[in-house]
Write a protein that binds this ligand. Structure first.
Ligand code: ADE
Ligand code: ZN
Length: 325
């Protein structure tokens, strides 16, 4: 198996990580104490989750404490630092405004706070980051078009994509509900990335492609249950942003041996490895390469190709891609 230094040195990007997943437990504990807010459980067990719904509920609590510009900027800077530590040269980072109670109704200020952190990181030689602004699966069609139109009007240079995340199981089939918002975003030149095939089966992935015009699928792993869909993903080269450790921690698959990432790859689907919510779920980018490399017996060449595909799958601009590829 390749050693960690070799994995770190592979030119790569992260294309599926949430800013909501980057809080350090001690920081949350300090913020909660300062705000006089109760901890949901002791700090040693703060990041123990009972599945996706419980996890998403926790995000509301944690993000609610990140109430100032400095906190949001520092969280953003910290993510870029983590990227550099893992040898990544770029990332698309998702954030979902619904989780951040203190910032509701203030999207431009929120974007500026994150942008300040990412710009400071770049100044310090850390990798560039693009933002994917995310809808929550349980939002309404009107809320979705409102967010899409706000992003189109703002044209914030840090924003590269419209995204959708959250719990598909709690929302039922939602592709039709969000089609208009995604059509508008695509027509205005925003990229589109869609969580699907995590808490939904293959039908969620199909809707992401056919109704939402997804340029990329976040997770998408349950496409494995539909061979025709696997073929379609491979044929159209629609990349999946796969997060193995997240899928284990949140109970999508019972073991890494049972995880379909290698079967998808061997079927010709473009896959990349990502952390999803690195600190909350205990994942590191190099760790994901090591885990899969070891489990599936991937050669250096396979790992190198995967890393290269992650750069190609990213929404980085042409200059950044050319520098990394
Ligand atoms: N938000 C943060 N992490 C998520 C995940 N794994 N699935 C859906 N929404 C999320
Ligand atoms: Zn995710």
């Amino acid at each position: 198996t390749p050693d960690l230094a070799r994995l770190r040195a592979l030119p790569k990007a992260e294309v599926h990580a949430h800013l909501e997943g980057c809080f350090e437990p001690a920081v949350l504990e300090a913020w909660a104490a300062q705000a006089g807010v109760a901890m949901p459980r002791p700090v040693e067990r703060l990041f123990q989750f009972e599945g996706l719904a419980d996890f998403l509920h926790f995000l509301d609590w944690a993000c609610g404490l990140a109430s100032t510009r400095d906190r949001l900027a520092e969280l953003s800077y910290g993510y870029a630092k983590r990227l550099a530590d893992n040898g990544a040269g770029y990332a698309d980072v998702i954030f979902n405004p619904t989780h951040w109670k203190a910032w509701h109704g203030r999207l431009p200020a929120m974007l500026d706070a994150m942008d300040a952190g990412f710009a400071a990181a770049e100044q310090d030689g850390l990798p560039p980051v693009g933002l994917c602004v995310s809808l929550l699966r349980t939002q309404t069609a009107d809320e979705a078009t409102e967010l899409a139109d706000a992003l189109i009007a703002l044209r914030h240079p840090r924003v590269v994509a419209l995204s959708i995340d959250g719990n598909e199981a709690a929302a039922g089939r939602t592709g039709p509900r969000f089609a208009d918002a995604f059509r508008r975003a695509g027509a205005a030149g925003l990229r589109r990335t869609v969580h699907a095939g995590e808490s939904s089966g293959p039908e969620g992935v199909r809707d992401a492609i056919e109704l939402l015009g997804a340029d990329r699928i976040d997770h998408g792993v349950r496409a494995i249950d539909d061979p025709a869909l696997v073929e379609l993903l491979a044929e159209r080269r629609i990349p999946l942003g796969v997060c193995p450790t997240s899928n284990l921690v949140l109970g999508v698959y019972p073991s890494i041996e049972a995880h379909p990432v290698d079967r998808l790859r061997r079927a010709g689907v473009v896959v990349s490895l990502n952390t999803d919510d690195p600190v909350l779920l205990g994942a590191s980018l190099v760790g994901e390469y090591a885990l899969c490399g070891e489990t599936f017996g991937w050669s250096e060449d396979v790992l190198r190709d995967l890393a290269r595909d992650s750069i190609a799958a990213s929404f980085a601009n042409a200059d950044v891609k050319a520098r990394l590829l």
